[in-house]
Design a binder for this molecule. Structure first.
Ligand SMILES: [Fe+2]
Ligand SMILES: [Fe+2]
Length: 297
């Protein structure tokens, strides 16, 4: 029972951050830092995805699904590693975001990091809920991967951003990552379906967990990054800036994200329909980061 009809390929990449400032779209501090929030969260949660999937792998009986899950883990490990150096790079611009990284790590660890305790409190094994907690963490990842696919598709297909002449290396990082999210978009839901059947009531539960978390995270981390940027005198209101930027189609609209949330809950939800693999593979073939690494090899 695997929906990905092709082999998923983990690609090595190389980025040269020398010329990239934190405000990588000139004159767009909000959009730059909204995107920069991924450099804090993704290395943490993508490492966590791999931990949960190591636990889940013994439950996988389908050979193609196991192969897809292993390729997914390899891609996510490379993704996290590609975003991570930016926290240190931003120090050169007077932004110390190490405390924000440590805080996010503590929150993720507390909420979902312990395989023995729900939210670090409820002892699942003692209550006979160990498999339910694993299934639920696999479901949370499936819901999260639905959004990484939606955001990956947006950054990959959006033309408005190019008109603003953004930093080419940062745009390549986001587009390479987005393209691989599109490429492996079916894996997390396949695994969730294989382990639990992905019943709608359980999807409501995992979406009910992830939506408030992501909303809180984006608001808090964007504000935090802007407050650490010495070129920004006053941090503007998050939702006002979101509305203005999404009206210009340089970030996804709230409406499109609500629609995406609803689709995840419908019986006919199929990650295959959420994006176009050809567009992703086309970008991956010409991404400067993958080509640089291929040339070096
Ligand atoms: Fe990723
Ligand atoms: Fe992913």
């Amino acid at each position: 029972m695997a929906m990905t009809p092709y082999k998923i390929v983990p690609r090595k990449v190389s980025f040269d951050w020398k010329g990239t400032p934190p405000q990588w779209i000139k004159g767009e501090p909000f959009v730059s830092h909204l995107a920069n929030s991924t450099h804090i969260l993704l290395p943490i949660v993508e490492a966590w995805f791999c931990q949960v999937y190591k636990e889940a792998l013994p439950h996988v009986t389908d050979d193609k699904l196991r192969e897809d899950v292993i390729a997914f883990m390899r891609q996510e490990a490379i993704h996290g590693g590609a975003h991570k150096p930016l926290a240190e790079h931003f120090l050169k611009f007077g932004m110390n975001i190490a405390p924000g990284v440590a805080r996010t790590q503590r929150i993720v660890d507390r909420l979902v990091g312990d395989p023995e305790r729900i939210f670090g409190l409820i002892p699942v094994k003692r209550l006979g809920l160990g498999k339910w907690w694993l299934d639920t963490r696999v479901g949370i990842i499936a819901a999260g991967e639905h959004f990484t696919c939606i955001l990956g598709r947006f950054i990959l297909e959006n033309q408005e951003l190019d008109k603003l002449e953004p930093d080419a290396t940062m745009l390549d990082l986001l587009r390479w990552h987005g393209a691989e999210e599109v490429e492996h978009r079916a894996v997390a839901f396949d695994l969730y379906k294989d382990m639990t059947g992905a019943p709608i009531a359980h999807r409501v539960l995992v979406l009910g967990f992830i939506l408030p978390f992501l909303t809180w995270y984006w608001v808090e981390s964007t504000r935090y990054l802007m407050s650490q940027d010495p070129t920004i005198a006053k941090v503007p209101g998050f939702f006002t800036e979101w509305r203005k930027a999404s009206a210009r189609n340089i970030i996804p609209s709230a409406r499109s994200l609500i629609g995406a949330s609803w689709r995840f809950l419908t019986p006919g939800y199929n990650p295959e329909h959420e994006a176009d693999t050809e567009i992703a593979l086309d970008y991956l073939a010409r991404s400067p980061a993958t080509r640089r690494k291929t040339a070096a090899a």
